[in-house]
Every structure is written in structure tokens, then in C-alpha cells.
Ligand binder design. Structure first.
Ligand code: DAH
Length: 343
């Protein structure tokens, strides 16, 4: 049988070897149990002290205590070495290369109708126009009667308009915004009324909901020349600086005279192509000098105040500008389409 001294020597050399080869915190904890735990070999050695001759006990006790002290030191040193190594490994494992390109999150873009609405507000805003948004649910008076639309006008037909009851309907155009502004604002003023409008219509170029933007100027002595100047400035800003504008006579109940406004084709510059159907011109809006009856309906004196009005289809302009050939594409919410309009 080995003497206590021999056992101490054996434990020292075995422990030194074990601690040299240990590589993880778990391994270290297990080794600590084997040597210094409740039934570890160093602890067991103290228990054997009782078997030694009484005269030898003090010296052996001292030697065992020294062994325990030494072992504890060794474990402390081994522990900090293992911790340091583990930390270095973790740094390597979790290292972030900040120079790597980021992951692209799938983001869409603004709807082309929103882009066009903002551009128009920007252009007219620069000319002193304010923005007003009227209600989408209108009454018959603001949508039709005040705008001088006769009782027998086809737009009043149940086939064309979404009626809620005999008096309320989904506005069929943004023109009622003109009436609401004239009723409540002090002239002179310039206003834009962008918004959603609704008609019973659905094919490649029509959806039951679409977007318009109304323009109204109320001031003294306004004429078609002023309207032409305004719309020419707008067309040059929205399309290209050499875009031309022309007026064609037309009819709207709320303007007199009324015009339809064409711009030189943004695709061929006026030479004639499939977009402008060979004419070199594209119709983009309707407008005119506000009918005296409409001014009167809003409580203003038509001998004192005159008005210019115009109305755009925002969807149509977006389709023209961005080469969209089916209006439904604008409203399907397909990110493959919208992501093409990312800034
Ligand atoms: N409200 C008309 C429409 O929906 C567009 C329009 C034409 C508006 C002439 C106007 C205007 O203000 O003067 O077709």
C-alpha cells in the first residue's frame, strides 16, 4: 500500500497532467470534483489521517493541507486560462465583419399615383396653391347641383354613380371640393383638391376608385390666357421643359368656356407614335373659366370675382409618365411593381 506521502506525490503529478490537458469549463468542474469535491481524492486523503499513527498526524495533516492549498491555486490558474481561451474562441466565433455588405430588406416604393400627386402639389405649391381635401362621401348638392350639372346629366345616372341614398353618394369627381372651398374661404385664393373619386366603371383603363386633382383659382379678371400660363408651367415641370400645351374647345357644366388640354407626346416629342396614336398630342385634363352660375351658387358676386378651374386624372398621368398600360397594376399592391418606383 502507498504511504500518504506517496499518494500526495501521485496526486500532484496526475493533477498537473490533468490540468494541462483540460480545455473547457465543464472539464475543469468535473476535475475539481475528482480532486477537491466531497469524495475527491484530496478530501479522502484527509479522512485517512485517522488511520495514521498519532505521532505522524500533525506532519501528515500539514502535508495534506499544503496539497489542498496547492491544488486550489492550480485550479484557480487553470480556470483563468480556460476562461481566457473560451473567450478568445467566442470572439472568433462571433466576430462581425463590419465591412461586409448589408442584407437588403425587401422594401417597396411609393405608388406612382402618390409620386405624381406629390409632384403636382410641389409644382402648384410653388405657384401659391394651398391644398384642401373634401369628403369622399358627398351630397348631391355639392357633387352635382352646385356645379351646374343638370338633372338629366348622364353622370347623375345610377349606372354611373355609387349612391348611398337619394341624397348621399361617393363623389364622382374632386370638383365638389371647389364648391366647399368657395363657400368657406375668403377670395382671392388658389387651391388644389387631390383625392379619391368613385364611378361604376371597370376595364383596362378604368377602376371603380381612382384619383383626381382639382385646381381652382378665384381672383379678379381671370381669363383663359391665365389658365394656359398655369397649365403650361405645370406641363413643362411634370414632363420635359420643351413640352407644349394646347387647348381644345370642350364642354363641362361648371366652366364656360371649357377646354380639354393636350400636351405634346412625352414619348415621341410630337412626331407621332403608338402612345399618342399618331397625333403627337395626349389629353391630360379638362378645365375652363368657372361658370358664373357656379360662382353665384357659392355666394360670390360673379361681376366681382372670376375663376379658373381644372381637373386631372392622377392615375392617367402616372400611367403616361411611367408607361403603365393597365390601371389595375396601380392598385394591386404587387411589390414587384412598386419596388420599381424606389427612390
Ligand atoms: N370634374 C371633371 C371630370 O371629372 C374634370 C374637370 C373638368 C374638372 C373641367 C374641372 C374642370 O375643374 O374645369 O371629368
Amino acid at each position: 500500500m502507498l504511504s500518504v506521502e506517496e499518494k500526495i506525490l501521485e496526486i500532484r503529478s496526475k493533477m498537473t497532467a490533468d490540468l494541462e490537458s483540460v480545455s473547457s469549463s465543464e472539464g475543469l468542474t468535473r476535475l475539481w470534483g475528482e480532486y477537491l469535491g466531497k469524495s475527491g481524492c484530496v478530501t479522502m486523503l484527509s479522512r485517512e489521517l485517522g488511520k495514521a499513527a498519532p505521532a505522524d498526524r500533525p506532519a501528515l495533516g500539514k502535508a495534506i493541507n499544503a496539497l489542498r492549498g496547492w491544488a486550489e491555486e492550480q485550479f484557480k490558474a487553470a480556470e483563468s486560462a480556460v476562461k481566457q481561451r473560451e473567450l478568445e474562441e467566442r470572439y472568433l466565433r462571433e466576430a462581425v465583419d463590419v465591412t461586409m455588405p448589408g442584407e437588403d430588406l425587401p422594401v417597396g416604393g411609393l405608388n406612382p399615383v402618390t409620386i405624381v400627386r406629390r409632384q403636382l402639389i410641389d409644382v402648384f405649391g410653388g405657384l401659391g396653391f394651398k391644398v384642401y381635401e373634401g369628403p369622399e362621401i358627398e351630397d348631391d348638392y355639392h357633387n352635382f347641383t352646385a356645379l351646374n350639372t343638370p338633372m338629366e346629366h348622364p353622370a347623375r345616372d345610377k349606372q354611373d354613380t355609387f349612391y348611398i341614398n337619394d341624397d348621399l353618394l361617393l363623389r364622382t369627381h374632386t370638383s365638389p371640393g371647389q364648391i366647399r372651398v368657395m363657400e368657406s374661404w375668403e377670395p382671392p385664393f388658389k387651391v388644389l383638391v387631390p383625392g379619391r373619386v368613385f364611378r361604376c366603371d371597370d376595364d383596362a383603363t378604368h377602376t371603380p376608385m381612382f384619383h383626381q386633382m382639382e385646381g381652382l383659382v378665384i381672383d379678379k379678371n381671370l381669363s383663359l390666357c391665365d389658365l394656359h400660363g398655369l397649365l403650361d408651367t405645370m406641363a413643362k415641370a411634370m414632363f420635359t421643359p420643351d413640352t407644349k400645351t394646347r387647348f381644345r374647345p370642350s364642354y363641362f357644366p361648371f366652366t364656360e368656356p371649357s377646354v380639354e388640354v393636350d400636351v405634346s407626346c412625352c414619348e415621341c416629342g410630337g412626331k407621332g407614335c403608338s402612345l399618342c396614336k399618331g397625333t403627337g398630342w395626349i389629353e391630360i385634363l379638362g378645365g375652363g373659366v368657372v361658370n358664373r352660375k357656379v360662382i353665384e351658387n357659392c355666394g360670390l358676386n360673379p361681376d366681382e370675382w372670376s375663376g379658373l378651374a381644372f381637373g386631372f386624372g392622377l392615375d392617367r398621368i402616372s400611367m403616361l409618365k411611367y408607361g403603365v398600360n393597365n390601371i389595375h397594376i396601380l392598385f394591386d399592391g404587387d411589390t414587384r411593381i412598386l419596388s420599381q418606383f424606389k427612390k
